[in-house]
Structures are given as C-alpha cells and as structure tokens.
Write a protein that binds this ligand. Sequence first.
Ligand SMILES: [Zn+2]
Length: 154
Amino acid sequence: MAAEQPSFCADASISSQTVDSVREHFATEDELTEFLVADKKLTDLEGIGNKTAGRLRSWFENEHQELEQKRREQSDAYCRVFVADVAVPDDDDKFYFGFVCPKCEQTNNLVGDPAEFAGRPYACVACGWTPLLDSDVLNKFRADNYPSSTEDDT
Ligand SMILES: [Zn+2]
C-alpha cells in the first residue's frame, strides 16, 4: 500500500518493485541519511542496484544539502585542500597550484585554470589514491587565487 511507503521512497521516485528492498535496509529516513553521510555504498546492499542507488543519492543531495556537505568533508573521496604556493618554473606565466591528497597529504601539482579541474578525479602521485577535486572548495580557491578569475575567457 502506498500509504505505508516511507515518504523518502516516493520523493526519490523509487519504483514500487524496489521499495520493499529499500525498506529492508532503511526503515526510516534517518537510517538512510546516516548511511549516506558515512559514505557507504548503497549498491553493496542486497536488492539495491545502480538505478535505485542513483535516485536515493540525488534525492539526498537535493533534500539534505548540509548532510551532503558533511559527507564530502568527512570523505577521503574528495580533496578539499588546495595550495597556491607551489614551485613555479621561472619562465612560465601559467598558473600553478596543488591539491593535497586526503589520504597521504602529498601535494600534487596542477597547472592551468582551477575551474577546469573542479569536480574531476586526479590521482595522487605518491599513493595512487584518486580523489575528486571538490567543486565548491576549488571554485572558492580559484576566486581567491587565480589571477584572471574576473575575466570571462570561455
Ligand atoms: Zn596520496
């Protein structure tokens, strides 16, 4: 019966065939959000495929933006530390910066407009971990550090 469905299932457009599987793992919305904040994988759970996991995750990102923020802050999957004071070749006027690996704290140099790196995965040269460069943090870093960030050079 539709009335027995937790509202988050309806809000996330979970198909009626899948609702029971979701409810087996998450009786309440809190159980689901705690699971997601801990950065655990929904697809590891029995009966939850990529499609359902994707819907639950986008629902979570839309409805619980503060918790999604918290998840990223806690997760090693995201790099949130960038540094501008990296070694720059003398004869080069390109913009050099670095991302600090969330696993091993190695600074990895990058060159170019930080906006082009936002939200993308880059491998750490020291440990091979490949974090996503957090878009929000990197765009803020760009605004503070990138010389031509006021120009529209698209
Ligand atoms: Zn590393």
